[in-house]
Design a protein around this ligand. Sequence first.
Ligand code: G4P
Length: 283
Amino acid sequence: MDFQWYPGHMTKAKRMMQESMKLIDIMIELVDARIPLSSRNPDIDQLAAGKYRLILLNKYDMADDQVTAEWEKYFKAKGFFVAKTNSKSGKGVKATQNIILEACREKLERDRRRGIKNRPIRAMIAGIPNVGKSTFINSLAGRACTKTGNKPGVTKGKQWIKLNKNIELLDTPGILWPKFEDQTVGLRLALIGSIRDEILNQDEMAIELIEYLKHHYSGILEKRYQVDESEDRVKILNAIAENRNCRMKGNELDYEKAAKILLEEFRNGKLGRISLEVPGEEA
Ligand code: G4P
């Protein structure tokens, strides 16, 4: 993934989403369960004003279950429908169909009262790059999906995937850009491997990760790398380099290599299921 955002891209992406807004009933927003706020763009609230809303905590298989449960409560309290999904394995994906209908119940009842039959709910998927939008759409629609094609009155080029007789999904997801201007957001996106153009170098990222793990997941570093977690974070990186025998020519410790190993093992889930954001201490 190598996503570059320029003002031109942002304007185009926003315009495409705005155009689709009038066609849909519900906005399904994917966020990364490990960083539900940093992987959002709050502009979506304005864009999707007046629409039913569903937030999917995707990649929950990589996040801390307890923290994910807190995020579910957090978003529900803000009036969103919420579910957790693992789009890669498909876990929780099919169940979103019922949640979509539940979220749009009011509209379905209104249609029924007015004698309108067979008007499907129309949904759009949106989220920042790499959050799993395509994987989710493929998993939900499956191979058997039928594209309804263009219909009279629908903007040319818009393709709908018929999930069942009640729900149609726009086949192109809306792309939102992250809040780059916030350094913490940039760091968290870089840590989960969501942006390749890291805002920090690998040593700095590793050191930030060590600090976070020391406070939120004590024991993990000690167990995996046999390091003393009471030491300061730079010394811990040092100890990881020693533990993994990361050395340069002349036998000097290679911090950069140790940082790479730590980041890779974190991203591959080797350190366990870890959330980098907790409600209440998001900033
Ligand atoms: P996007 O359309 O929003 O840009 O994201 P996309 O579907 O391309 O997914 C980005 C990466 O995230 C993919 O990995 C995808 O497999 C992975 N992914 C999506 N949903 C989940 C999930 O719920 N859990 C996990 N663990 N991973 C998920 P990739 O590295 O690009 O490819 P690969 O690892 O599948 O080979």
